[in-house]
Design a binder for this molecule. Structure first.
Ligand code: SF4
Length: 227
């Protein structure tokens, strides 16, 4: 049996991205698929529908037929591209800003996972918080770059970090004000698992979750659509 030197001629398709992204995307996918106005960049549209457009010869926003069913976000995305100006929902953003309360605690966890648990009560592949970073902005007049207070914690590699990190958080996070994170579900799930591990302080820990504000919201809910 011999191996042919010719490459097979295969169109781009779902096989390029599912279940994993192929290493040869840059070689096979046309450069136009990376342009801002490519149908492959339409927000919240699944790959099969993008490929449907592509296989019909519709590759850019401009080629999409006016009667095509699109979400409001997608329609606004196309409009922002057409008018070359971002579309910004100022009233939604104002409501978001108004919901923020001082002092603001900018908070971020780091975690590790193990296939084989190291500590009692640790599940395989469980997110184990071992480090956090906390910046506190006391009020609107505080200069966010120079006046903020900073606290951090890193656990000893030899011990289960959960009790120590939970106690340190309760000591350093202000008792009031918003706790701000980007993609809050990760931080909140970590806090839930710390509360399970530390039942004697679980109430205080879980109360932190009621104060989270997610910085991802203005972008994920598409209040800001870039041109
Ligand atoms: S990107 Fe990968 S999967 Fe897609 S056509 Fe090219 S080689 Fe095949």
């Amino acid at each position: 049996m011999s191996i042919s030197n010719n490459e097979p001629e295969v169109s781009i398709g779902a096989q390029c991205k599912k279940p994993h992204s192929c290493d040869y995307l840059d070689r096979c996918w046309p450069k136009s698929t990376k342009e801002n106005n490519s149908v492959f960049n339409l927000y919240k549209l699944n790959l099969d529908k993008k490929l449907d457009f592509y296989n019909q010869g519709i590759t850019s926003f401009e080629q999409i037929k006016p009667d095509t069913k699109l979400s409001l976000t997608q329609q606004n995305q196309i409009k922002a591209n057409e008018i070359k100006k971002p579309i910004i929902n100022k009233s939604k953003i104002q409501t978001f800003i108004d919901s923020v309360e001082y002092p603001i605690s900018y908070f971020d966890f780091e975690t590790f996972t193990d296939a084989v648990p190291l500590f009692d009560g640790q599940r395989p592949h469980m997110q184990m918080p071992f480090q956090y970073s906390l910046h506190i902005q006391k009020d609107a007049k505080s200069n966010i770059d120079s006046d903020k207070e900073h606290f951090e914690f890193i656990a000893s590699i030899k011990e289960d970090p959960r009790r120590a990190i939970a106690e340190s958080m309760l000591q350093n996070i202000p008792k009031s004000g918003s706790i701000m994170a980007y993609n809050q579900s990760f931080e909140k799930n970590c806090i839930k698992s710390l509360a399970d591990y530390c039942p004697d302080i679980s109430e205080e820990l879980l109360a932190l979750n009621d104060r989270f504000i997610d910085l991802i919201d203005p972008f994920q809910i598409w209040w800001i659509l870039p041109s």
